[in-house]
Design a binder for this molecule. Structure first.
Ligand code: GDP
Ligand code: IMO
Ligand code: MG
Length: 429
């Protein structure tokens, strides 16, 4: 049995796509378990760069089955565009399967996402406007439409009509927005359904059978721990569970079948959207990290906020995910700094805080406690063994391992597959 979960240990965009692509070369099944096309995973293969949103990052390895699990909110239009783009780039997309239980994103979800953000004024969450929050709201409220409904024409037509009428009332009465045209939406979704039907299966069975047959199953996280609806910086979070526990539900297997939890950890910290950020560098150091790390969103193109590595966050992620190891990403971006700071704790009104607080008012008042260490000047993007890294880079990694109490099994020194140092095997035989 070899079931591995990839989770983001910060605010998303840690480089999960790269590690998933790397580990997918050995995997039999790759599974997305939550979120939707709010995710943006960049995978670089040779000279080609792929931006993946809804489709698992295992798609570039032709031997793995790529599952879009029941916990995902599935945008049919976005999916078909992504498929078309991949096919135009010569990628085989026949390995995709979609859960019949996944909920679909409808046009009114996107409209309501935008209208709710506009209504928040200065208190915007900064969502991706992909309709994710409203789609999960409907799921929990029990008025969602699932893939099994989408591919059943009369059922879909009845459910969609009722929902569009209901949502139009909200759109016009509460937000003063333009009502949507039901006939146009239903017509478009019927044609999406025809293309989507061949991909649809009961994916929980596929994942379970693969685990039981001792196959290598890679559960592909999207977003990150601090975007989790329970454990993130609420309300500046997404509407799902990106932590490892979300996978049992989102892929339909028991939690006891998950063995290894890899926390994908950026060597510094970034976030998009609003909310307190204790180690933020709103200065030329932050600008330098943003430029060196090309820190602009894959989904929205927004510049990402940058700061020093915050190990209070990573320790918290290690706890709530049950992280068994880490993959340290974008270490090459930190080359050339004389000194590097790493946050190992917070103080709040003079008192030391060691655990990430729930209350954002407290978080906003926290001051970072830094450890400062010497940096390194060498370009490390060609290093292919741990020993070939400069001693100072090794010290940086060892400081992280010591503080978090979890080993760094993978070190990434560039966006390409080849720029990956594996210190220890991930899958068990
Ligand atoms: P994800 O959402 O967690 O998959 O991460 P994103 O793809 O949104 O953002 C990570 C960015 O860093 C992408 O542009 C990757 O190509 C890039 N990347 C990943 N690993 C490394 C690395 O080790 N070094 C550098 N320089 N870039 C990397
Ligand atoms: P990947 O998988 C970074 C953020 C949005 C916003 C908040 C809510 O690429 O790491 P939503 O549209 O989900 O309702 O937006 O969550 N967000 C992400 N930030 N990486 C992501 O995914 C994200 N997915 C959502 O920016 O602050
Ligand atoms: Mg991303």
């Amino acid at each position: 049995m070899s079931t591995v979960v990839i989770v983001g240990s910060q605010w998303g965009d840690e480089g999960k796509g790269k590690v998933i692509d790397y580990l997918a070369s050995e995997a039999d099944v790759v599974v997305r378990g939550q979120g939707g096309n709010n995710a943006g995973h960049t995978v670089v293969v040779g000279d080609k760069k792929y931006a993946l949103h809804l489709i698992p990052s295992g798609i570039l390895n032709k031997d793995a089955v790529n599952v879009i699990g029941n916990g995902v909110v599935f945008d049919p239009e976005g999916f078909l565009k992504e498929i078309d783009n991949l096919q135009a780039q010569g990628v085989d997309t026949s390995t995709i399967v979609i859960s019949d239980r996944a909920h679909i994103v409808m046009p009114y979800h996107k409209v309501l996402d935008r209208l709710a953000e506009e209504a928040r004024g200065t208190e915007k969450i900064g969502t991706t406007i992909k309709g994710i929050g409203p789609a999960y709201m409907d799921k929990v409220e029990r008025s969602g439409i699932r893939i099994c409904d989408l591919i059943n024409e009369p059922v879909f037509e009845a459910k969609a009509l009722a929902q569009i009428e209901a949502k139009n009332k909200i759109i016009s009465a509460i937000y003063g927005g333009e009502p949507l045209n039901a006939a146009e939406i239903i017509h478009a979704y019927k044609s999406f359904a025809k293309r989507i039907r061949p991909f649809v299966q009961d994916t929980s069975v596929i994942v379970y059978d693969a685990v039981k047959a001792n196959k290598k199953v890679l559960l592909e996280g999207a977003q990150g721990t601090l975007l989790d609806i329970d454990f993130g910086t609420y309300p500046y979070v997404t509407s799902s569970h990106p932590i490892s526990g979300g996978f049992a539900i989102g892929s339909g297997i028991g939690p006891n079948l998950i063995e290894e939890v890899i926390g994908i950890t950026k060597a510094y910290t970034t976030r998009v959207g609003k909310g307190p950020f204790v180690t933020e560098l709103d200065n030329e150091i932050g600008d330098r990290i943003r430029e060196a790390g090309h820190e602009f969103g894959t989904t929205t193109g927004r510049p990402r906020r940058c700061g020093w590595l915050d190990l209070v966050i990573v320790k918290y992620a290690a706890r709530v995910n049950g992280m068994t190891c880490m993959s340290l990403m974008l270490l090459d971006v930190l080359s050339g700094f004389d000194k590097l700071k790493v946050c190992v704790g917070y103080t709040h009104k003079g008192n030391r805080i060691n655990h990430f607080p729930a209350d954002l008012n407290v978080l906003a008042e926290c001051e970072p406690v830094y450890v400062e260490i010497d940096g390194w000047n060498e370009d490390i993007s060609h290093c292919d063994t741990y020993e070939s890294l400069p001693v100072q880079a090794q010290k940086y990694i060892e400081l992280i391992e010591e503080e978090v109490g979890v080993p760094v099994k993978i070190v990434s020194v560039g966006p390409k597959r080849s720029q990956t140092i594996i210190r220890d095997r991930i899958y068990r035989d």
